[in-house]
Design a protein around this ligand. Structure first.
Ligand code: NAD
Ligand code: TYD
Length: 340
């Protein structure tokens, strides 16, 4: 039986990871640390909140005293850090909170790991630390050896955190691992991101704002496949190593938006081309050979099935997303898309 601290567990991937742990390792104790920013939602965790082997702490990972207190009480075996500011567009608008949470927060967690001892600290990172690939070179992929070369304040903050994690391993011998995953999709995805935003706008017959020409390529992975990969890496992955995670499922943004229109029986005339994102990365594509060879991981959900499950989830769970889009989200949406 292990005690596992999961930070950012009220967000999209963190919550799915908590459900994965509860299902696959019911003997473990899970302690979720989450500040509940605009992106965190306690209602997502409603059905695990009362479980005996679950504890929720509304805490900022930058709050050293509070974090140390939790470590002192829980003596965790493993810490998995999902907590982050995660949206590129918001990082372009206001980078500072990205530096606070994504870099300083990571260092506070690792200091706590050093102080109280730990079996493994796992950092959930992103393929965006590698920058982007050209659209006309489909033969190129990100490997773990690809140099860090970031584009946005978001990806730069994540890359900075990765460097700190590796430094804590080299300097203090902290038993760390890092995973860098491609774009996730699935239930509980916050509707500022491409797929849930397009589903919800289409359902409401609102314009579907595609940046630039919609030709940028992302490598989409169903969230549960990502959760399984993290679970494998944090338990069996080699200490001090980086593992790329991706599904070899590259698609242009416009293909995804068209597919959503078709599935929801909405006209493509809703598609509106808007001003491109500043510094917009062209293509992400992961080579997941290392995690496959070392840990036997392969994605299990085909995109056709995953997107069907995801759309179905949003259709059935309006009670989850409706309150979100009527809060801060409205002013965000106006700021981001009003004059675009
Ligand atoms: P999200 O924005 O949905 O959730 C982030 C969670 O972190 C929220 O619950 C929020 O309340 C919490 N949080 C933010 N600041 C905090 C702080 N200072 N202290 C404590 N909690 C805080 O993000 P997500 O999409 O679930 O991403 C989770 C992690 O996975 C991030 O580290 C992100 O960089 C990484 N990642 C995401 C993707 C993707 O496609 N979404 C892909 C690869 C990697
Ligand atoms: P996003 O979901 O923000 O993820 P990331 O930028 O981290 O890959 O965006 C995915 C792609 O979709 C990206 O190329 C930007 C594009 N996009 C749009 O065209 N319109 C939108 O309204 C959003 C949110 C994203």
């Amino acid at each position: 039986m292990k005690t596992i601290i999961v930070t950012g567990g009220a967000g999209f991937i963190g919550s799915n990871f908590i459900f994965y742990l509860m299902d696959h390792h019911p003997e473990d104790r899970v302690v979720c640390i989450d500040k509940l920013t605009y992106a965190g939602n306690l209602s997502t965790l409603a059905h695990v909140l009362e479980k005996d082997n679950f504890r929720f702490c509304k805490t900022d990972i930058c709050d050293r005293e509070a974090v140390y207190r939790i470590f002192d009480e829980e003596k965790p075996d493993i810490v998995v850090n999902f907590a982050a500011e995660s949206h590129v567009d918001r990082s372009i608008e206001n980078p500072s909170v990205f530096l606070e949470t994504n870099i300083i927060g990571t260092s506070v967690l690792m200091d706590a790991c050093r102080k109280y001892g730990i079996g493994r600290y796992h950092q959930v990172s992103t393929d965006e630390v590698y920058g982007d690939l050209p659209l006309d070179r489909p033969d190129l992929f990100f490997t773990e050896e690809t140099p860090i070369h970031t584009s946005s304040p978001y990806s730069s903050s994540k890359a900075s955190a990765d460097l700190l994690v590796l430094a804590y391993h080299r300097t203090y011998g902290l038993p760390v691992s890092i995973s860098r995953c491609s774009n996730n999709y699935g239930p509980y995805h916050f509707p500022e991101k491409l797929i849930p935003l397009m589903i919800i706008n289409a359902l409401n017959d609102r314009p579907l704002p595609v940046y630039g020409e919609g030709k940028n390529v992302r490598d989409w992975l169903y969230v549960e496949d990502h959760c399984k990969a993290i679970d494998l890496v944090m338990r069996n992955g080699r200490v001090g190593e980086v593992y790329n995670i991706g599904g070899h499922n590259e698609m242009q943004n416009i293909e995804i938006v068209r597919l959503i229109c078709k599935r929801l029986n909405k006209p493509e005339s809703l598609i509106t081309y808007v001003t491109d994102r500043k510094g917009h990365d062209l293509r992400y594509a992961i080579d997941p050979t290392k995690i496959h060879n070392e840990l036997g991981w392969l994605p299990e959900t085909k995109f056709a099935d995953g997107i069907e499950k995801t759309i179905d989830w949003y259709l059935k769970n309006e009670a989850w997303w409706q309150p979100i889009i009527s809060r801060e989200y409205q002013t965000y949406y106006e700021r981001m898309y009003g004059n675009r």
